[in-house]
Structures are given as C-alpha cells and as structure tokens.
Design a protein around this ligand. Sequence first.
Ligand code: ATP
Length: 321
Amino acid sequence: IKKIGVLTSGGDAPGMNAAIRAVVRTAQYHDVEVIGIRKGYNGLINGEIKEMRSKDVSNVMNLGGTILHTARCPEMMTEEGVSKAAAIYKILGLDALVVIGGDGSYRGMAELAKRGVNCIGIPATIDLDMNCTEYTIGFDTAVNTGMDALNKLRDTSSSHERCSVVEVMGRDAGYIAIWCGMVGGAEDVMFPEEKDKIDSAKVIQQILENRSIGKRHNLIVVAEGVGGTQKLAKDIQEITGIQTRATILGHLQRGGSPTATDRMHASMMGYHAVKAILEGQQNRVVSYNKGRYEVLDLTEALNMEKHLDREIYDVIKVLAI
Ligand code: ATP
C-alpha cells in the first residue's frame, strides 16, 4: 500500500476534521502517501486533489465543518459519473479510498467498489441514521448544540411563562430529537419513527395538566422528520391560551467545535480505517458497536438494520410529570 485518497461526502458533521487528521497521520506513520480530495465525489470526478501531510492537518481537530469541503454529487448517480470517478482513482494510482460520510456516501462507495475501487468508510453524520453502527461522528456535538439551545429557551420560556416548541435536525430519524428531549428536559418529543402515533391533542392535554400542577413553562421537541412545528405552536397557543413560540434550530446543529466524544470516535475510526487498508482488507466500513470498533463488509453493512431505542422516549414521559 503506497497511496490512498480521502474525502468527506454528504452533509458535514463536526468531527470530520479529526477523522481526516487521523487518516493522514496514521498513513504517514506507515509511510503511505495521502491525497486529499475536495468536495466529496465531485473532487474525484473533477480531479480536485492535493497531497496531504502531517502539517496539513495541524490545528484542525477543534474545527467544525470539513477542511476538505463536502458536497452532494448528482453525477455519482449516473453510470458515466461513477465510471469517471473509478477511472480517476486508477489514474491517480490510489490503493484505497477513505470516504467519510453518511448512508448515501456509502451507497456511492458500493457503486465504486463494483468498478474496482477499494473503498473504506468512516461513518459521519449528525443524524445517527446509519444501520451498521451505533455511533456516527457528529451526533454528540449536534445533541450538545440542541441541549444548549433548549437550556436557553428554557430560561426565556420560564421568565415569560411561555411554551417553546423546538424543532431539531435528524432527517427521517428521531435520534437527535429523543436525545435532545431527554437531556433538555422536554415534556414531549415527536419523532418520525412513531409519526403515526403522534396526537397533538394529547400533547396539548399534557401541557394543560403540567400547568395545573404549577409548571410555569413548557418545552416540546419536534424532529425535523415530523415537521409542522409552526402549526403546532399556533395550535397550542390557540387552544390553551398559553403564549407559544416555535424555534427551528436548522443548520445551527451542524456547526461548532466537536465535543470530546466526537473527537475520540473520529480519531479511533480514522486510525482503524487505515489499519484495515494496511492489512489488505477490501471494501470495508469502520463501525462502533457494543463498545468496540469493528471493521465490517461494505455490502453487509448496507443491509443491516437498527432501531431507535424507544425506552428513552418512555423514560422522557415518566420524567415529564
Ligand atoms: P448525510 O445523511 O449526513 O447528509 P449522506 O452521505 O447520506 O450524508 P447523501 O447526500 O445522501 O449524504 O449522499 C452523498 C453523496 O453520495 C451523494 O451526493 C451522491 O454523490 C452519493 N450517492 C448517494 N447515493 C448514491 C447511489 N445510490 N449511488 C451512487 N452514489 C450515491
């Protein structure tokens, strides 16, 4: 193994830089050259590359976003685009391609693998919505940002005796929402996995009950995958007469300096990705399951299943009295 490429793809996630740093330094430690590819798969197709050495990843561990930049790449959804990406990989003389990204990026890897590219994935998305791993880089920072926002909204809601409805990110998954709901002390959480069971009348009933026992403010978390946040706030205000404000955190949750947890996982996963390449493994992904880092087959990883831990929601409801 002489030369590997690294790119970040899909939505950015805090901790991606720590992963890039770990890949570059582990490779250099073993005398392997690293080519940084800019803007995800776009950079591979367009040849936007630069050699990366240890000093190029100095002072990046603490930075949010990704120094390699990231993008969605529609061309990768075409036969022509994938073939071009695979051809450039060969022209560059790469022995492996490390892809730091989410599920979509992993599907791109599977297409490249069919065309002879040796792909190694590192899971990075704030949403935690990857079935092959219990942890994805960026999740902890996003939850902490959400918690911080909930703390601040609690202060102002409490002063004005208001209700706050807060929409958090997470795409079609509710991981960020239930974690934010628990650690932010919300009374209720609406998340997409149980969209069918959502009953806003029940939420409103809970708000009224909590007020009747002396609660002076209310915090409700809504997942992006459920939406309707403005409407819910309007309905609560109209029905209960309690002043209600909707806050949509949006892309705020994607930024910020990564937490210790994200830096730790990113560093370890970056290291394990390069180690797997050095061992001669082909088309693998690094995962974190049951407290351990593991290297899984890419195809198997894409076919795995994972379910949101509903117990967290049940406990939120117990603690919401
Ligand atoms: P996040 O969930 O954090 O946004 P992601 O990696 O899932 O991250 P996507 O936008 O879904 O983000 O995918 C990133 C890129 O991966 C796409 O822009 C596309 O270039 C490539 N990709 C996704 N699906 C496929 C596919 N089926 N075949 C080839 N390439 C794909």
